[in-house]
Design a protein around this ligand. Structure first.
Ligand code: P6P
Length: 343
């Protein structure tokens, strides 16, 4: 008989969310049902990302060859299209969603009356998908708002600051599928047990270190950086005597770079620069959920002039510069930024 201890009190994501909801008397269980739809989408994508790698299912639609490209003008890979449809169908059929905003769709999706619920879900179904062929971790990023009390569901329910979200999370697809989730009361991590098809609590109460030893930014853009970024990242590469330089880690897949930052500390940044006036990352379904998670884990997330979660988006695909991670590391950046803004 193997002496491996068999856990018989398994804390699944659904059970953990229900326990969390019980702490808030007003919980109706609606959010739990909605999160089950999110879980279904993530389980499907996890399976197909693995298949795409194993069976090279990756059939890219090449632009110009009767191919498809998404609202970002990026070539849509088959898995992008499939993942987007899976999430839209799962969320719609949950009967808990009124409005959806997807990175893959130009317009917001308003759910038909018979199936319309009380939530607005914003998501990037397969962020970093250009990395799939290289076997780099990719992910789904999502944020959930309750629609406004007097609303029946419109784009205005999505054009709100990230601090009004009730849920933020991502699911990273790699050697295993890792879901990181916050319902506004801390951050927890869950790993998909493929044998039973459940996300199991494996990283309770994630807290980001107050300072890290890693910086994560695309240095290929450094010729376009402003003086604040140049001085800040140089301060990590050429520290004062007696201090060690930071390590550089950049995968080019936001979910993977942020996941490492959340667990190990340090800073992840996609700054505005001369090439990208507002940075590259999308405010609603990339910056907001990641900023929400990092703040809930004890870190900070700013855009240059202030807190990311205070920004009111002016359109559903708005971009924003972002600096997120360990509190002390982000505050070092803010100090340099303040110095230059006072000149
Ligand atoms: P760059 C992936 O395309 C993505 O949207 C994020 O996942 C990632 O952080 C960023 O773009 C990488 O952009 O310009 O450094 O290749």
């Amino acid at each position: 008989m193997s002496d491996e201890k068999v856990t018989t009190d398994i804390i699944t994501l659904t059970r953990h969310v229900l326990d969390e909801q019980r702490k808030h008397k007003e919980a109706s269980g609606e959010l739990t049902l909605l999160l089950n739809a999110v879980q279904l989408g993530c389980k499907f994508v996890a399976t197909n990302v693995r298949k795409a790698r194993l069976l090279n299912l990756q059939v890219s639609f090449k632009i110009g060859l009767a191919g498809a490209s998404n609202v970002q003008g990026e070539e849509q890979k088959k898995l992008d299209v499939i993942s987007n449809e899976i999430f839209i169908n799962a969320l719609r059929s949950s009967g808990r969603v009124a409005v959806m905003v997807s990175e893959e769709d130009e317009q917001a999706i308003i759910v038909e009356e018979g199936l319309r619920g009380r939530y607005c879900v914003v998501f990037d179904p397969l962020d970093g998908s250009s990395n799939i062929d290289a076997g780099v971790n990719v992910g789904t990023i999502f944020g959930i708002y309750r629609i406004r009390p007097d609303s029946t569901g419109s784009i205005e329910d999505a054009l709100r600051p990230g601090k009004e979200m009730v849920v933020a999370g991502y699911c990273m697809y790699g050697s295993s599928a890792n879901m990181v989730l916050s319902l506004g009361n801390g951050v927890n991590g869950y790993t998909l047990d493929n044998a039973i098809g459940e996300f199991i609590l494996t990283h309770p109460n994630i807290k980001i270190p107050s300072r890290g030893k890693i910086y994560s930014v695309n240095e290929g853009n450094s010729m376009y950086w402003d003086e604040v970024c140049t001085e800040y990242f140089n301060s990590m590469k050429f520290p004062p005597p007696g201090k060690s330089p930071y390590s550089a880690r950049y995968i080019g897949s936001m979910v993977a770079d942020v996941h490492r930052t959340l667990l190990y500390g340090g800073i992840f940044a996609y700054p505005a620069d001369k090439k990208s006036k507002n940075g590259k990352l999308r405010l609603l379904y990339e910056c907001f959920p990641m900023a929400y998670l990092v703040e809930q884990a004890g870190g900070k997330a700013v855009n240059g002039t202030g807190r990311i979660l205070d920004i009111v988006p002016d359109n559903i695909h708005a971009r924003a510069p972002i600096f997120l991670g360990s509190k002390d590391d982000v505050e070092d950046w803010e100090k340099i930024n303040k110095k230059y803004s006072q000149k």
